[in-house]
Design a protein around this ligand. Structure first.
Ligand code: IMP
Ligand code: MG
Length: 172
């Protein structure tokens, strides 16, 4: 399938610099603690891997799956596949690729809170500030994303283009 990239929004270098800063911030905020990064598959695979390596603390990584997009539009519904069992008493940071409407994160957050973690925060790589339709506010975010459909650095269009090292707006 052929896709057309409209514009590169965030370069590889810019992303790396920002991820490093986020890692440093988390290292400071969680000093003396162990953090569990809960990677929301599949979009945040790459972000989680890079972020984890910028955190200078004991880090555990776990994964869960949530999906609300088909193609380039939100379906409005979220399928939460099974959550890791042992989240109780852990300092959990949900690591997301992008906060768009916030519907995905809102349901994920509720489900995790039921597992009684020691603390729960949200870290999203991209933040589409103007499209949030829930009361979700990220505790950490990488970059503010314009109201465009974007791909790369983990984000896909119908499962493709996740491997791009930069973030680009797509012609859809
Ligand atoms: P939300 O539930 O509307 O916040 O949607 C979040 C999920 O939708 C993200 O985890 C992505 O998988 C997907 N998504 C939202 N915007 C984009 C985009 O611009 N490109 C690719 N995926 C997106
Ligand atoms: Mg996602």
């Amino acid at each position: 399938m052929e896709f057309k990239i409209k514009k590169i929004l965030f370069s590889e270098e810019e992303i790396a610099a920002r991820v490093k800063e986020l890692g440093e911030q988390i290292t400071k905020d969680y000093a003396g603690k162990e953090v569990t990064l809960l990677c929301v598959l599949k979009g945040s695979l790459i972000f989680t891997a890079d972020l984890a390596r910028r955190i200078d603390l004991p880090v555990q990584i776990d994964v869960c799956k949530a999906k609300s997009y088909a193609g380039s539009s939100t379906t409005g519904s979220v399928n939460l596949a099974s959550l890791p069992e042992y989240l109780a008493d852990k300092h959990i940071i949900i690591v997301e690729d992008i906060l768009d409407t916030g519907l995905t994160l809102a349901s994920l957050k509720n489900a995790i809170e039921e597992k009684k973690p020691a603390s729960l925060k949200i870290c999203t790589f991209l933040y589409k500030k103007d499209s949030v339709r829930s009361n979700i506010v990220p505790d950490y975010y990488g970059l503010i994303c314009p109201q465009e459909f974007v791909v790369g650095y983990g984000l896909d269009y119908n499962e493709e283009m996740r491997q791009l090292p930069y973030v680009a707006a797509l012609e859809v």
